[in-house]
Design a protein around this ligand. Sequence first.
Ligand SMILES: [Zn+2]
Length: 244
Amino acid sequence: MQRRSFIKKSSYTGLALSLVPGLTLSQETEYSVAELMGKVDIELFGKDINLRKEAHDAFVEMKRAAYSEGMDLKIVSSYRNFYRQEGIWERKYLQYTEEKGMTKLGAIEKIIEYSTIPGTSRHHWGTDIDIIDGYPKTTGDVLVPEKFEEGGPFALLKKWMDDNANKYGFYLVYTDNPKRKGFKYEPWHYSYAPISIPMLKTFRRKNIFKLLLEEDIIGKENFTSGFLKSYIQNNILDINPDLL
Ligand SMILES: [Zn+2]
């Protein structure tokens, strides 16, 4: 258990007990809004891994197993803070609106095929990773679905992950279920469920509408309540049901 959460949990326990004797206490760790939105520095582990301790340890174990079967499980992206996500958002927004002449709403709809609104990325949590196999030679962008399909350089890795990832606590987030809405199929994005499930639970209890509108995000005037409602429903919550 992390020291910080231990302290938080114990003080909460003390307070609750003094107010409500005999209350059954939830064992759930409380995560702060700032932490869920990638706005505070969290302790990250592992060179080129950058995950929370428990997720890091599970990843290392999984990497070792994959290695023994001829794959080099390599992280392309893991923890990303609010400001990094804001940079990605802004770059894409300007590219689509100014260079490509798209409407503001059109640009936003295009961005959210693969990228999140800053403050809502699972990469803020220190539990999620984008991975490839470091062995096969490949050119161009690596995070494209075709590369993970039959005949592609990462097909072997995808097959191995399908069979083994769950044993280590990692689950695919944006599956290829045709009924799923929100972000497109991402065969590279896995989440460490034992931590990300409680984090998502906490996130859902917060007023995300209000939080996003308080941020200085380019294009946010297009975040109507209808837009945000469907964003949360589709992009945040329409994921692999094992992660809910
Ligand atoms: Zn990702």
